[in-house]
Design a binder for this molecule. Structure first.
Ligand code: T1G
Length: 697
């Protein structure tokens, strides 16, 4: 065995007990040296004959959290986990596994191959493979049904959810709960195996109870909810064969696993998994964040209340400031409603809600913010209003307090310029609803101090959000890119597509909602205000994108909130607005356009290419640190289908050369709108991908 194998798996003999400890920080992933170490340990103990029971446990914060995801896509290195686990299950010496932390994926599968499972209270188990485009590939789809039944197996494999071990005990997936240090629990469990107090059995000897009804219901649910995804269906069909011999079922599972391993969906979902963590690697990472023991939120509207709710849920006391008592009470009511919603969804106990609300201090004057560590301004998007507020905050807030704006596009440097402390000013751009959406754009100004940026990232993590660093420009990362590709949707409709066709084509691509439905949901007046704001600066050779949308807004049709927009909303019903078709017809005539048909593929190609073009420019301009930062913004804040990995991960599946060709083709119609970014042209010339650029960052 090499040193790494020896270090990551050690055996300690205590009397008749062999304690096998796994130590592979940070999450005891089943890397190849762990698999080799486990294989050697079980074989050696069986051959040695000294021990009469094997107890496997892990050191550190968690039992095995799964296969080593970094090994995917590389040549397989033996032993393959399913083979190793069969050897564990066939061990002549009884094996007991101790679970703590989060025993996930291959970690749970390892425990299922043991002959008994003891879990430390408060820990969790799960099979999250479906979340990364896979299915359990080492017996999870075969052993969970044997122990807990097909419905439980379907629930765990299709949801990927983490199950508290207290629930797992009732499911039959763990045999006992215990408390204490994993090694001590392992010793106790082993002793109880020896004295007969803890029963052991091989899961392979148990038969799965058939349940065709549950399988058919799952097939119907997946076909409806995840029509684009491959691995959920694979989970179901693997579970379905668990009623037969284990080895046959394992063969079916293994083949499905290898098939899923080679899908673009697995690559996209794993890119998303690691990307969510990699975006925290920013230049300011080594700076020490300032303490944030209290927060002030200015504005009790939708955003301010959502931000206050998010901070309160993170356990941070909040002073909410509004200008009038009436507005303040509305804000408090919205926050209370948000928390009540969490209680209704079972996310929060009533006691916790009350304790959380107790941390809210309403106030009607900025003077109440004199002692807070960080202020988040969330008033309406007018620069002069924000400047006035920041000027006052500069004198009211204590030295060292961080002054943040929730602005979604305004210039943070200009806001900072009215204070004597520009180093303490930053943008914290939350996404609505702020207590639900996990994305937080952290907008770093020219003078923002590194520790202020680091504080933004620390706050994001504390709020359970994903912070993405953005530079200062109109719209930062997400809204700047949205403003560009939204025009393509408008051009497509003017040139011949219907709003419904555009929406459907993009929903078939994987977006939860097409752009016109999103506009109706967010409010068409928002885009209308933006077009008005930008009208004066619009280049003369730019094709106007508001012909149809402006007419809709002029009718007061702003979408859901007014009952109609691109669609008509009556209760839960939604149908195309026939008046919009008339507006489109009239605007085409005014523009002298003869409509043409578009295939769904062309709609997707144009829309995604426009998104990729502006995304490349945002990277080129340094507004986003890396391509992956743009991907995470779009996965977390703009409904981009997660299995596609984000716009620039998706761009790599097309290739820079094809993208350049496509843009040059479109430029024949509109050379102003369709221009090849220099970065993309260089990539095409050099044969590089956005993944290459991520690696170099
Ligand atoms: N492989 C490799 N690295 C991993 C990893 C994994 N499975 N899980 C986490 N890491 C890294 C992560 O990138 C980060 O690295 C550090 O560990 C801390 O993670 C055969 C095939 C366990 C709940 O999908 O859900 O088993 O950034 O920041 O918030 O059927 O990590 O520090 O360099 O997330 O405390 C199934 C994925 C795999 C679990 C801990 N298992 N991990 O959360 O820490 S597929 C998973 C998580 C599988 C079998 C199949 C979470 C966590 P760095 P973290 P955390």
């Amino acid at each position: 065995m090499n040193d790494q194998t020896k270090q990551s798996v050690t055996t300690e003999i205590v009397g008749d007990i062999a304690l096998v400890a796994i130590d592979n920080p940070p999450v005891n992933a089943l890397s190849v040296h762990v698999r080799q170490g486990l294989q050697n340990a079980v074989a050696t103990i069986n051959a040695g004959g000294a021990a009469k029971v094997i107890a496997i446990y892990a050191k550190g914060r968690t039992f095995i959290a799964g296969a080593d995801i970094t090994e995917f896509g590389k040549p397989p290195m033996p032993p393959a986990l399913p083979d190793l686990l069969n050897e564990v299950e066939q061990s002549a010496i009884p094996v007991v596994c101790v679970l703590h932390g989060t025993a996930l994926g291959g970690g749970l599968e390892t425990a299922l191959a043991a002959h008994a499972r003891v879990a430390i209270k408060g820990s969790r188990i799960g099979l999250p493979e479906v979340l990364i485009g896979l299915l359990p590939g080492a017996g999870g789809t075969q052993r969970v049904p044997r122990l807990a039944g097909i419905p439980v197996a379907l629930d765990m494999c299709l949801s990927g959810r983490q199950v508290k071990v207290e629930e797992a005990l009732t499911m039959g997936l763990v045999d006992r709960l215990d408390e204490g240090d994993p090694r001590d629990v392992a010793l106790r469990a082993a002793q109880d195996v020896l004295n007969g107090a803890l029963e052991t059995r091989r899961v392979c000897d148990i038969e799965t109870v058939a349940d065709d009804e549950a399988l058919d219901a799952a097939r119907a649910m997946v076909a409806k909810k995840h029509p684009n995804l491959v691995s959920p269906q694979a989970c179901i069909e693997a579970i379905a064969v668990s009623t037969g011999p284990l080895l046959d079922g394992l063969k079916v599972e293994r083949k499905a696993f290898m098939d899923c391993l080679n899908t673009p969906q697995r690559a996209g979902l794993i890119h998303a998994f690691f990307g969510e963590r990699a975006v925290a690697n920013v230049p300011e990472k080594s700076a020490t964040p300032r303490d944030v023991a209290s927060i002030g939120v200015i504005g009790g509207g939708t955003m301010g209340s959502g931000i206050a709710t998010s901070a309160l849920l993170a356990g941070i006391p909040v002073t909410l400031v509004e200008v009038t008592d009436e507005a303040l009470q509305r804000g408090v009511a919205t926050i209370t409603g948000n928390l009540d919603g969490a209680v209704k969804r079972g996310k929060l106990s009533a006691e916790k809600r009350d304790a959380t609300l107790a941390k809210l201090t309403p106030a009607t004057g900025l003077e109440a913010l004199g002692d807070v560590d960080l202020v988040i301004e969330a008033v309406f998007e007018q620069m002069d209003v924000k400047k006035e507020i920041f000027g006052k905050l500069d004198t009211i807030c204590k030295p060292g307090a961080i002054l943040a704006s929730n602005t979604s596009y305004l210039d943070i440097d200009e806001i900072a310029s009215v204070t004597s402390r520009p180093a303490d000013v930053i943008g914290l751009h939350f996404f609505s609803p702020a207590h639900i959406m996990r994305l937080l754009e952290i907008v770093v100004g020219d003078k923002t101090a590194p520790e202020v940026t680091a504080t933004g990232f620390a706050l994001a993590k504390r709020m359970g959000k994903v912070g993405v660093r953005a530079g200062v420009c109109d719209g930062f990362i997400g809204n700047r890119i949205l403003a560009h590709y939204a025009k393509t949707a408008a051009y497509l409709v003017m040139d011949g597509a219907t709003p419904q066709q555009v929406d459907q084509a993009l929903e078939d691509f994987g977006f939860a909602m097409g752009p016109h439905k999103v506009g109706d949901l967010a409010g068409l007046d928002i885009g209308w205000m933006t077009r008005k704001r930008k009208a004066a600066d619009m280049p003369s050779n730019e094709r106007y994108a508001g012909d149809v949308a402006d007419r809709i807004c002029e009718n007061g049709w702003f979408g859901r909130k007014t009952g109609q927009g691109y669609y008509i909303y009556e209760g839960r019903d939604m149908r195309p607005n026939p008046e919009v078709a008339k507006i489109i017809e009239s605007e085409r005539q005014k523009a002298g356009i003869t409509p043409r048909s578009f295939t769904d593929q062309e709609i997707v190609d144009r829309y995604l290419t426009a998104m990729i073009v502006e995304s490349a420019r945002v990277v080129e301009d340094g507004i986003a640190l890396r391509p992956l930062d743009v991907d995470i913004v779009f996965l977390m804040g703009y409904g981009f289908p997660r299995f596609r990995g984000g716009p620039l991960h998706y761009a790599d599946t097309i290739g820079a050369a094809e993208l350049v060709r496509r843009i040059e083709e479109y430029a024949k119609e509109d050379p102003h709108y369709w221009q090849v970014p220099d970065l993309l042209r260089d990539m095409a010339r050099d044969g590089r991908s956005f993944a290459d650029i991520n690696k170099e960052a």
